[in-house]
Ligand binder design. Structure first.
Ligand code: DC
Length: 196
């Protein structure tokens, strides 16, 4: 069965947690596409060359989750040649046999417009910054400023900007616990699965 769940939304909205849980529940493979851009940002040098030479082990680096890696990712992600270099890998992953969940910014709009399920997971900037701050610590006001800066860059870029696909189901996790958000996402997927 070929079945793609595309999950898009801004930083720290809960996409990754929801994506992993949906993949576990339905036995699909999961790709956090932010890791591709984070790895390109962290490798440094010429980002286009880094994107073209990206290897699976680069996605396993232990320095990809920092605020700096997120900012570097958001900057290299605005370069059209970087996005182009990462396109085929993501498309193949999305349409491989067995079902796939991809989370990112442009999965339902650019990478896989034919996805059987498109979710747009969001939350207020304050709630997202608070969640990120619980993970990374430091000054919460600075984390909020970085979240807003990254939103503006990801939503404002010319190539594949972050926005909900016209046919995406919106899940606002501002006032939801993670279990509730996962249940909402799983309900949409269960509803669209072909009968067996
Ligand atoms: O989801 P994340 O925070 O790990 O993503 C890091 C950055 O990578 C994000 O600010 C924008 C970019 N990104 C993107 O442009 N397209 C994607 N599909 C995933 C991430």
């Amino acid at each position: 069965m070929i079945f793609t769940v595309a999950i898009d939304g801004p930083a720290a909205a809960g996409k990754g947690t929801i994506g992993r849980a949906v993949a576990d529940r339905f036995g699909f493979r999961h790709l956090d596409t932010g890791l591709l851009y984070r790895a390109v940002g962290v490798i440094g040098g010429d980002p286009v060359a880094a994107a073209r030479a990206l290897r699976p082990e680069d996605l396993a680096r232990d320095d990809l989750r920092t605020l700096q890696a997120g900012q570097a990712a958001s900057r290299v992600a605005a370069i059209p040649e970087v996005r182009a270099a990462l396109l085929d890998f993501q498309r193949r992953f999305a349409r491989a046999e067995g079902g796939a969940v991809l989370d990112g910014r442009d999965i339902g709009t650019v990478i896989c417009p034919e996805a059987e399920v498109k979710l747009y997971v969001t939350a207020s900037p304050e709630v997202r910054a608070h969640r990120r701050w619980l993970e990374v610590g430091g000054d919460e006001a600075r984390v909020l400023a970085e979240v807003k800066e990254r939103d503006a860059r990801d939503m404002g870029r010319a190539d594949a900007p972050l926005k909900p696909a016209a046919d995406a189901v919106l899940i606002d996790t501002s006032a939801m616990g993670i279990d509730e958000a996962v249940a909402a996402a799983c309900a949409v997927v269960a509803d669209r699965l072909p009968p067996r």
